[in-house]
Structures are given as C-alpha cells and as structure tokens.
Design a protein around this ligand. Structure first.
Ligand code: MG
Length: 394
C-alpha cells in the first residue's frame, strides 16, 4: 500500500458490505472494496472470467489510485481503473471485451479546499447506483448510463416501464470499453447520520425504493448490507447482488449550506469535447457521447452491445421450451435473436423464480455459461444431465 497523507478529516465514515452470486448465475462478477476513505462497487461483464476480472481490477485500481485530496483525484482514480481494465483485457485474449460498471464514494476537501469542512465525492459510470438516505428520505445520487435510462430521460419510457424492461441491462457507458470514458461526479456536503448505499443492479432490480429505504435505515451498517443482499436474493436473485452501506458517523449536524437537492452530475472526459472516431476503428472506441437524440443513444448502445459479451447470448422461452439464443432478446431494438439449442426442457416445469427469469430472458456472456445454467435447471429438477459434446465457448 502506498502511504497516504495522515491529515485528519472532519468527516468519519463507517461502512459494511455484502455480496452474493444470486440464484441464477454461477459466477459473481460484482466486486466491492474499501480503503483509505474510498468505497467502491463494480459490476463486471464479459464471458469466461472476464466480468469477474474486470470488476476486481477496477475496484482495486480505485482504492489504490485514490490518493486525495479532492473530487478530481477520485475521477482520476477511475480513469486509472479504466486503463487497468483495458490493459488487462489486452494482455489476455480470454478477457478481451470485458468491462465493468463502477461507482465510488470518498471523503475529499470541501469547496473551501484544505482546512475547510470536508465533503463527499461520488463518481459513477454504468448502472450501479448510489443512493443517500437522510432526514428527508431516500434520494438517488447517480444517473444510470443505460439505454432505458436514456429513454426515460427523453420521455420515451416511464420509470416504471424501465424498471421491468427486458433491455434494462444494456449499458451506454462502462469501464474497459474506450480509452477516455465520460465519468459522472458529484460533491455533496455530508451530515452526521446520513447513510449511503452503493449497489449493483442485482439489488435494485429486486427491491423497490420504498423497501431499500426501510432496510437502509434499520440497524448497524454491516447488518444492513447483509439484509439488503439477503432480501434481494430471496426476491429472486436473478443477478449477482452487492450492497455497500456507508454512514457518516462524524461530521456536521447539518450539511454546509443546508440540505439541498442532489446537483446535476458533472460529466468529465480528460480530452475535452467529444469527437467521433473514424469508421472501422475499434468499435469499442466508437461509442461517443453524441447523445442528443434517441437515435444516437440507440446507435451508441448497439456499439456497446456488440462488445459487451453479457448481451451476446441469452436463455429464453421458445414456444414453451427453455432455449438458448444468440443475439438480443426481441424487443424495441435491432437484431433478431437466433435459436441455438433447446427443446428438451419445458418452461412450465421450472420453479417460479427461474420460470419468471427465463420468460423475461436471462442474458449470459457465453454459450458455455448458458449451457451451465440450463444444466443447473435440470439438476435442480432432478433430471439426468445429458453429456455435453462441447462446453468450450462460442
Ligand atoms: Mg448486475
């Protein structure tokens, strides 16, 4: 570990975290880490071990790379994490195309700089979330960088429609996708007793805001994290679930300047205005924030899709049978999915939560992962598992 400045902060945090693979996936691609006044959650994506490696590399890079003292240094640490993920992916063909979401919270110098009251910096890229529970209730700090979130912002979808949309896991931004991603950041004045939740989508896709607020406010932080995760798993556990709960245990009674609404995110790139990259370049690098029209958002999302392996395959319903498809679930967008295999397991035989997940479609990174999951369904039912001719990927 690199030695950090010993400066005494006016804010002290206490944190607790929990993570669970869930009830459907066989690998936990989420990761959570804390250290040196910084707390991080990441949700990886990519076939083989890609997602797992991406999230772990990214959280470690942020914890290591955050040396303070301000919000900009937290954004810089996230950039280091992006580079670390890209470099790791380039070093190993099996990790090619991996990526990860990431959100983090750190204690930083407040607007007055060193010597003044401290603040909390929050950063986000992707669709993991940061919430704050304060005396006024639960508020979401971060904005999702996902296709459905863009459609909500443009008025095409309601928040309720987005919450159950089959394409809600399609990201428009992530780490490991391009050299210079746009990273959102905030600086918030804390108050003693404020609680923050950093979590992966596996949590908020199972629990609504009302339930999150109830659980977040009850008991010590490490117990709260465990309860949030346990309840999300009990509610379905369709994805990996991670919760990191942070409480401001030392700090001002009321926030500096009073409690004000969460400000708009400050989106930052390192190289100034957004530019288009020439056609034919690495498509990962062609995701540009040419946001401004839904068409552009969709185009950008398709580019991301073509590389985020978690969208490459899915398990779904083929006329009552569990089937594996290549492509994307049918819906508002693009490519027709292609039937790959299936036909020997009826959807109606599955337990309630698995059936619901299959009907909604389960995106997976690789064919091998799809086969493992279907095999798991069969094992669960006590069926003999057919010998598999080829479990190699793709
Ligand atoms: Mg997830």
């Amino acid at each position: 570990m690199v030695a950090r400045r010993p400066r005494r902060r006016s804010i002290r945090l206490e944190s607790g975290s929990a993570t669970h693979v869930g009830r459907i996936r066989d690998v936990n691609q989420d990761d959570v880490a804390s250290g040196n006044d910084v707390h991080v959650v990441a949700d990886g994506m990519g076939g083989h071990r890609g997602g797992e490696v991406a999230s772990t590399v990214a959280t470690a890079a942020v914890v290591e790379g955050f040396t303070g003292p301000d919000r900009a240094s937290l954004v810089r640490a996230v950039r280091l994490a992006n580079r670390a993920v890209l470099e790791r992916a380039a070093s190993d063909p099996e990790l090619s195309g991996m990526g990860t979401t990431l959100c983090a919270l750190a204690v930083v110098d407040g607007p007055g700089g060193q010597g003044g009251p401290d603040a909390l910096a929050v950063v986000n890229i992707g669709d993991s979330r940061v919430y704050r529970l304060d005396s006024g209730g639960l508020v979401r700090v971060s904005d999702d960088h996902s296709l459905v979130a863009d459609l909500v912002r443009s008025g095409e979808l309601t928040a309720g429609e987005a919450a159950i949309h089959p394409q809600r896991n399609i990201l428009t931004r992530a780490l490991g996708i391009e050299a210079d991603p746009t990273i959102d950041s905030w600086e918030l004045p804390p108050a003693r007793g404020d609680r923050f939740l950093l979590c992966s989508d596996g949590l908020f896709n199972e629990l609504d805001d009302v339930r999150i607020a109830e659980l977040l406010g009850e008991g010590p932080v490490h117990e709260v994290a465990g309860r949030l995760v346990a309840e999300a798993v009990a509610e379905g556990g369709h994805d990996n679930v991670t919760a990191l709960v942070i409480e401001v245990i030392e700090g001002p009674e009321v926030p500096m300047g009073g409690r004000s609404p969460i400000p708009a995110a400050r989106p930052e790139r390192t190289t100034g205005p957004v530019r288009s990259r020439p056609e034919g370049d690495d498509p990962r690098a062609t995701l540009r924030a040419t946001i401004g029209s839904v068409a552009a958002v969709v185009a950008a999302a398709v580019l991301v899709l073509s590389l985020t392996a978690r969208q490459g395959w899915f398990i779904g319903n083929d006329d009552g049978d569990v089937a594996v498809f290549r492509g994307r679930p049918a819906g508002i967008l693009w490519f027709d999915p292609t039937f790959v295999e299936g036909g020997d397991l009826r959807v109606s035989r599955l337990d309630d939560s698995t059936r619901a997940a299959v009907l909604e479609t389960i995106p997976v990174g690789t064919l091998a992962e799809a086969r493992r999951l279907v095999e798991g369904f069969r094992t669960h039912l006590g069926d003999p598992v057919p010998s598999d001719p080829d479990l190699s990927d793709r």
